[in-house]
Design a protein around this ligand. Structure first.
Ligand code: ATP
Length: 607
């Protein structure tokens, strides 16, 4: 019998591509799989993965560390007197294991085992799809005849896993970060399911990872903005927008209404959980980090909240006649802005509203007069090659699904007759095998101690910023909106179907607008479509956006230009202009990009 060990052994690991890498082994021990008596598995925790290897090496399951979100120690739950004697209920073998927190008053004192639950969301690739699948590994520690000794072993595994996840040195103490995530949910975003989606998909993952959060449901438009402007944001480990791009737009602008905007944006990362109808930024983040994006499947971005990895993002300072605002996604005028705003009445059908309204608008195609000025970025050759969408559109995923039909019931292994002994501190202890249940895909819903849920009046954290709203932010390099522009700027004048500027790859879940765009590259992509284009050309252009092929088009009517600043001066009083999908005043508007201003929580995938 191999002894459990906490070691610094290095061993060779064969990767999928047959390359061999060296990894430090932190823990290794033998467990027995339930129901298959006498089938020992080595469970090995290394710097990169958790491996479950059948002793004869005929089978191995590997979970990359980046897919593990947390682990918890539990005890078995006391069974009610008479439970299980009900004639209507019969179990094959033992009844399923029920566990409770270690400090629960409902625990079974007779079971001296400590149970370690390890939660992972494995990235599974197949030829047709990429998806995350929830896996729970359960290790039962019962080598010793006292719970305290078994628990010590389980805690050792838990602490090591937690330290590795947090990328911190391995100690006997679990890494502590008591700061909560601030969750701001827009209950009206998309088809109105944001609260439910958060509770069923995101809260589960936060609870498994033991990440505390403070939740507020917005009461009205501008609520999130006012909240961020007037609170002590430094007590949060991050601010999460649960909704569409509009909530994040409010949070961002709330940040810029603070005198300490620079420090706040540097120290408090922002994040998005997509429950809106457009979800351009969420889709973009998944695109850049090779994370599967499936509508209402929030696993990948929920994992980003847990792992705490950040990336920089550009922001664009936008100026209209009466307002200054900060944007992370887009400025639109003409066709796409019309679709965005006029399809509001179809909000209840979710993202489909854009497709339906696009067809309507194509039939009644409008033209707009105006002038578009822009500062072209001459050399974009250093930008990476365009990236194509990662997933196949019809992929399916089980991730985040609770209680999936193929759930395996846990059966404890008391019937297992294998008995092993080991020696600890010179004393012989009775050692019984432990077991694991791989691929159990079993879900549990815990409430994390310290998390709070509020949906009504605000209270709490101290005020740090003045209550009055006033925009701060980086100093503009542009002349004022009515002043003359530098001579090197180019211009297009006449009738247009639309102008649309985006600084993100995706402007909606299925609209890959700027395939060469990066989160932080200092580039805005200006699309101009001139009047005179046929409906069928526009239609094929819009269709091309679903896989990004449109951006190669640069013809008589359609242009895609990388710019660092632009000014749009529409003629006449009627039309829509949108910033990040939000309606702003119609009239002259100008914008410039500032790189690396925002910190975003992003997936932890190896790229
Ligand atoms: N409680 C609320 N009641 C009404 N409106 C709200 C509330 N909270 C936020 N809003 C507003 O709802 C608007 C739309 O929000 P959001 O962007 O989250 O959803 P969406 O429009 O469905 O998604 P997307 O922007 O991705 O298309 C925003 O202008 C926001 O200010």
């Amino acid at each position: 019998m191999a002894q459990p060990k906490l070691s610094e052994d290095v061993y060779n690991v064969k990767n999928g591509d047959n390359a061999v890498s060296k990894e430090t082994v932190y823990l290794e021990e033998t467990f027995y799989i339930r129901l298959k008596k006498k089938t020992p598995f080595r469970v090995r925790l290394t710097s990169n993965r958790l491996s479950l290897i059948k002793d004869d090496s005929s089978k191995e399951q590997t979970i990359p560390l980046q897919d593990i979100i947390g682990s918890k120690c539990m005890r078995s739950k006391r069974r009610r007197v008479g439970a299980g004697s009900c004639v209507c209920r019969s179990f094959v073998g033992k009844p399923p294991l029920k566990v409770v927190d270690e400090d629960s008053g409902d625990l079974d004192e007779n079971d001296i085992s400590a149970y370690l639950y390890i939660y992972a969301y494995n990235l599974k690739r197949s030829r047709r799809s990429l998806k995350r699948e929830r896996t729970t590994i359960t290790l039962q520690f019962r080598s010793y005849d006292k719970y305290e000794d078994n628990n010590r072993e389980a805690q050792r595994w838990r602490n090591t896993i937690k330290c590795l996840i947090a990328n911190e040195p391995i100690t006997n103490v679990v890494p502590q970060n008591d700061k909560k995530l601030l969750i701001l949910i827009n209950p009206k975003s998309g088809s109105g399911k944001a609260v439910e989606l958060f509770q069923t998909k995101v809260a589960t993952i936060l609870n498994e990872a033991e990440i505390p959060y403070y939740l507020r449901v917005t009461e009205s438009a501008q609520y999130a903005r006012d909240y961020i402007r007037t609170r002590d944001v430094y007590c949060w480990r991050g601010v999460v927008a649960v909704g569409g791009d509009g909530v994040l737009f409010e949070i961002l602008n709330g940040m810029f209404e603070r005198l300490d905007w620079q420090q706040a944006l540097a120290e408090v990362p922002l994040a998005i959980i997509p429950c809106g109808s457009g979800n351009g930024l969420a889709r973009t983040i998944c695109h850049h980090y090779n994370e599967p994006y499936i509508t209402h499947n929030l696993t990948g971005l929920s994992m980003a909240l847990v792992r705490g990895k950040t990336a920089n993002m550009d922001v664009v300072r936008v100026e209209t006649k009466s307002k200054i605002m900060y944007s992370f996604l887009s400025v639109g005028w003409g066709l796409l802005a019309d679709i965005d705003i006029e399809s509001e009445k179809l909000r209840v059908i979710g993202g489909q509203r854009f497709t339906l309204w696009a067809l309507a608008r194509l039939i009644g195609l409008r033209k707009y007069k105006g002038v578009i000025h822009y500062a072209r970025i001459k050399d974009v050759s250093n930008l990476p090659k365009p990236k194509l969408p990662l997933t196949i559109s019809h992929s399916v995923s089980h991730d985040g699904e609770l209680d999936s039909p193929d759930t395996e019931d846990f059966v404890d292994c008391y019937e297992n007759t294998e008995t092993l002994t080991n020696v600890v501190n010179g004393k012989r202890h009775k050692r019984v095998d432990s077991w694991h249940s791989t691929n159990s895909r079993r879900s549990t819903f815990y409430s994390t101690r310290g998390s709070e849920y509020h949906s009504v009046t605000s209270s709490g954290s101290e005020m740090r910023s003045p209550v009055h709203a006033c925009m701060h932010g980086p100093a503009s390099h542009l002349p004022s909106l009515m002043s003359q522009l530098p001579s090197h700027w180019e211009r297009e004048e006449g009738e247009f179907v639309m102008a649309y500027v985006s600084y993100q790859a995706y402007i909606g879940e299925d609209l890959l607008f700027a395939p060469r765009s990066q989160l932080s590259d200092g580039v805005m992509w200006l699309l101009i479509i001139k009047a005179g284009i046929t409906r069928s050309q526009i239609f094929s252009f819009l269709m091309g956006m679903s896989h990004g092929s449109h951006s190669e088009i640069n013809g008589e009517y359609i242009k895609m230009i990388p710019v660092s600043a632009f000014r749009l001066v529409p003629e006449g009083p009627n039309g829509y202009i949108t910033v990040d999908g939000e309606l702003v005043e119609y009239g002259p508007i100008q914008a410039e990009i500032f790189p690396n201003i925002v910190n975003l929580l992003v997936p932890n995938n190896n790229l």
